[in-house]
Design a protein around this ligand. Sequence first.
Ligand code: DAH
Length: 345
Amino acid sequence: MRERVAQIRHEALTALSQAVDLTALDAVRVAVLGKKGSLTGLLRAMQDVPPEERPAIGALVNEAKAQIEAALDENKARIIGEDRARSAATERVDISLPGRKPPRGSLHPLTETLDEIVSIFERMGFVWEDGPEVETDWHNFGALNFPPDHPARDAQDTFFLENGLLMRTHTSPVQVRVMQRHQPPVRMLAPGWTYRNDAIDATHYPMFSQVEGLLVDKHVTLGDLKGVLKYFVREFYGPETKIRMRPSFFPFTEPSAELDISCFVCHGSGELDHAVCPLCKGTGWKELLGSGMVDPAVFTAVGYDPEEVTGWAFGIGIERVALFRYKVDDIRLFFEGDLRFLRQF
Ligand code: DAH
């Protein structure tokens, strides 16, 4: 019995010291100390030992068990240490390696254009106002002096909803809503989506965006409008940009004017590299926005007294500005979400 204990202990300690991984270590533990292990078997065989020898043999077995358990712990620590040393040598992190760049998004070119336009007017004290994209006929047309069945409506065909509402064709109805809510003076900006029932081509899309501006107070003149627009144009297109106003027509302004800017490709000469300028087609001017003095009928519709106040308004199409600015030749590119296009900005 004594030799058997010594033998088991010797074999176990040798096997443990030679184990190369934790699995091998555990196999030894099971084989020796497990339920059916060799040392456990010895304890069970104690009944065959003469009673007077049992305490001594028992002590011997327990001592061997304690030694083996200690060796298990030691070798476990050894193996883990060896593992760490090995991975530290082979899997070393090179901290001088440049990191992987996370993919970075960027602002959509339309958002960028809109933000820049808005920030220039905000510097002049214009306040951002929102209005619904689903509008009543009255806010979109009626209050803006479009009589029912008037041909002016034809240019702004839109999508009609079953309940009589419609998708707004311009941001001008926000003028109406703001004036209904606030007494004069008013100095507002209304950027947002607008909709028209237009066939899609390189310059038309059924959804587009505008920025609306409105200023109402006592003694507001067309000269104020020209001054504000001139400041905007020079901030946005550069200080040498020239402007001109051409008579135009909008139902909600009287008089109405189209604002042109000197072409920023040929600088107003109409010529580029001895050929006709591709942007302004040789005219030297580029149409930018619609504007005018608020028609008294609009003031009456919102409950303002046209004898008391005057005002002016303007509307800019964002896609148009962005198309020329980024030299993009097809409006559809702004809406397709093609990353190959968007990554260029
Ligand atoms: N709402 C017009 C359009 O979409 C643009 C416009 C013209 C807005 C003149 C105005 C304005 O506020 O005064 O065609």
